[in-house]
Write a protein that binds this ligand. Structure first.
Ligand SMILES: Cc1cc2nc3c(=O)[nH]c(=O)nc-3n(C[C@H](O)[C@H](O)[C@H](O)COP(=O)(O)OP(=O)(O)OC[C@H]3O[C@@H](n4cnc5c(N)ncnc54)[C@H](O)[C@@H]3O)c2cc1C
Length: 422
C-alpha cells in the first residue's frame, strides 16, 4: 500500500537521489540516504523489491559472516582486500548484526561463522529492508525499468524509465550482476557504465556448481555428504584439494566446498582436462579402512555383499559404488568377494573418479564476477571516479569473494556507504 501511494507522486519533483535497483545494496543505499533527510526515489523493474534477496541462502539468507575482526574479514576479498577496509570501518559485520536486531530480526551464527536471521527465512530480511525504506521515506517505484540515462557534461541528469523520466542531483547504480537473471539481475547497469566511461570486466559465474560426466555421480542427485575430500587434477597432475560438504545433483556437484572451488576449477579448465577424486574417508588411511571393511565382511560373510556394502559405505552410496565396482556377479555373498575386488572397493572409497566437464551457467551461479574494478571507485564514499554524481554498490562491482555471507555483507556495506555519502 505504501508503495502505491508513493508511486502516485513519484514523477512530480526533482529528487536529491535516484537509486536504480531494489536489491540488497540498493535498498540499503536508498534507506540510508533518506534517513539522512535526502529525497530519494528507488526505481525497480520487478513488481517488488528484493527478489534475489528472497532466494538467498536456500531461502534462509546467509546475511553476513560473524568474523568481527575487520582485517580477518577483509582477507576473504582477495585483491579487493585493501579497498574495502574503509567501507567496512563505516559499516561492518557488527553493524549488520545491530541493524537487523534493532529492527526485530536478531541473527544467529552457524558453522563457518555464517550468520542467518533467527527466523531462518530470507523474506523476513526483505521485509525489514522494505520497512526501512518506508520508515525513512523512500519513494519506491516498482515495474519501472530504467532504459537509459541522460548525461550532460560529466553529470547524469535523468533516468528514462518505462514509467517516465525522473531527474535527480545524484544517482546510485545498484542493478546487480548477471547471476540468476530471472530475479532481475540482467546486467543492465553494465551497459550504461560502459557508456559512462567505466571499464566493465567480463562476467563469469564464480560461486557455481560443477558439471561432471560420470552417470554414477548424477544418479546420487539429492544426497549430501558432510565430510569429504575432493582433489582436482589438471591433465592428471594434482592441482589442489579441499575438504567439506559435497552435494550431488542431477548435473554434477554442488555444496559449499564445490561452490568455493569453482573459480579455481574454471582457471584449470582454461588450459587442461580437469578430473577429480572424492575421498569419502579423509580421516582414515587406506590400510585402516581395509581393516575395518575386512572385519565387517568377516562378521557378515554369509550375507549378500550388496547388503554388507550398504553398511560400510556412506549412506545412500552403495548402489553407485556397486555399479562402479562392476563385479562379474553383483549378487555374490560377502565371503565370495575376491581380495582384488575388495582392494578396488577401498580405492573407490578413497578416490572415486570424476571428470569435470564444466561449470554451470549464470542461471545457477550464486555470484558472477566481473563488473567495475574498484580502482574506478572511491571506496571511502562509493563514488565513481569517472562520473561526478554517480555512486556504485553491490554486485555491479568486481569483487571476488567466497560463499558464506560475504556477498551480502558487501551489499550492506557498499549500500550504506553510498547512502551515507550522496
Ligand atoms: C541463489 C542465490 C543465493 C545466494 N545466497 C547468498 C547468501 O546466502 N549469502 C550471501 O552473502 N550472498 C548470497 N547470494 C549473493 C547475493 O544475493 C548478491 O550478492 C546480492 O543479492 C546482490 O545484491 P545487489 O543489490 O548488488 O543486486 P541484486 O540483488 O542483483 O539487485 C539488483 C536489482 O536491480 C534491478 N534492476 C536491474 N536492472 C534494472 C533496470 N534496468 N531498471 C530497474 N531495475 C533494475 C533488478 O530487478 C534487481 O532487483 C546469493 C545469490 C544467489 C543467486
Amino acid at each position: 500500500m505504501a508503495c502505491y501511494i508513493f508511486v502516485m507522486s513519484a514523477g512530480k519533483k526533482k529528487y536529491d537521489v535516484i537509486v536504480i535497483g531494489g536489491g540488497a545494496s540498493g535498498m540499503m543505499a536508498a534507506g540510508r540516504a533518506a534517513e539522512r533527510g535526502k529525497s530519494v526515489l528507488l526505481l525497480e523493474k520487478n513488481a517488488a523489491v528484493g527478489k534475489k534477496l528472497d532466494i538467498t541462502g536456500g531461502g534462509r539468507c546467509n546475511i553476513t559472516n560473524a568474523e568481527f575482526d575487520r582485517h580477518a574479514f577483509a582477507k576473504h576479498y582477495g585483491a579487493a582486500e585493501q579497498f574495502i577496509y574503509s567501507p567496512l570501518s563505516q559499516f561492518g559485520v557488527q553493524d549488520t548484526f545491530d541493524f537487523f536486531s534493532v529492527r526485530g530480526l536478531p541473527l544467529i551464527v552457524e558453522a563457518r561463522k555464517r550468520a542467518f536471521p533467527e527466523t531462518q527465512k530470507s523474506p523476513d530480511v526483505t521485509r525489514v529492508m522494505k520497512k526501512y525504506l518506508t520508515d525513512s521515506g523512500v519513494v519506491v517505484l516498482t515495474k519501472a525499468t530504467v532504459k537509459g540515462l541522460t548525461v550532460v557534461g560529466n553529470r547524469i541528469t535523468e533516468a528514462k524509465t518505462s514509467q517516465g523520466t525522473f531527474t535527480a542531483e545524484t544517482f546510485v547504480i545498484s542493478t546487480g550482476g548477471v547471476s540468476h537473471p530471472e530475479t532481475g539481475s540482467t546486467g543492465d547497469g553494465f551497459k550504461w557504465l560502459i557508456e559512462l566511461g567505466h571499464s566493465v570486466l567480463p562476467s563469469t559465474p564464480t560461486i557455481v556448481p560443477l558439471k561432471v560426466k560420470e552417470s554414477w555421480a548424477k544418479s546420487l542427485a539429492g544426497i549430501s555428504l558432510s565430510f569429504m575430500k575432493i582433489t582436482f587434477f589438471a591433465d592428471g597432475k594434482r592441482a589442489f584439494s579441499k575438504t567439506g560438504k559435497i552435494l550431488f545433483t542431477h548435473f554434477g556437484l554442488s555444496g559449499p566446498l564445490i561452490l568455493n572451488s569453482a573459480s579455481a576449477v574454471a582457471e584449470l579448465l582454461k588450459n587442461a582436462e580437469v578430473t577429480a577424486t572424492i575421498d569419502m574417508y579423509p580421516d582414515t588411511d587406506f590400510a585402516a579402512l581395509e581393516r575395518q571393511i575386512i572385519a565387517k565382511m568377516d562378521a557378515n560373510k554369509n550375507k549378500d555383499f550388496k547388503n554388507v556394502l550398504a553398511e560400510v559405505v556412506p549412506h545412500g552410496l552403495s548402489k553407485a559404488i556397486l555399479e562402479l565396482l562392476a563385479l562379474p556377479n553383483p549378487n555374490v555373498k560377502a565371503h565370495s568377494v575376491m581380495k582384488e575386488e575388495r582392494k578396488e572397493l577401498i580405492h573407490l572409497l578413497k578416490g572415486a573418479p570424476l571428470t569435470i566437464s564444466g561449470l554451470m551457467g549464470f542461471d545457477r551461479a550464486v555470484i558472477s564476477d566481473g563488473g567495475v574494478p574498484l580502482t574506478e571507485v572511491d571506496t571511502r564514499t562509493m563514488r565513481s571516479l569517472k562520473v561526478e554524481n554517480l555512486y556504485l554498490t553491490g554486485d555491479v562491482l568486481h569483487i571476488n569473494r567466497p560463499s558464506g555471507g560475504y556477498s551480502l555483507q558487501l551489499c550492506w556495506t557498499t549500500g550504506f556507504v553510498a547512502g551515507n555519502s550522496v
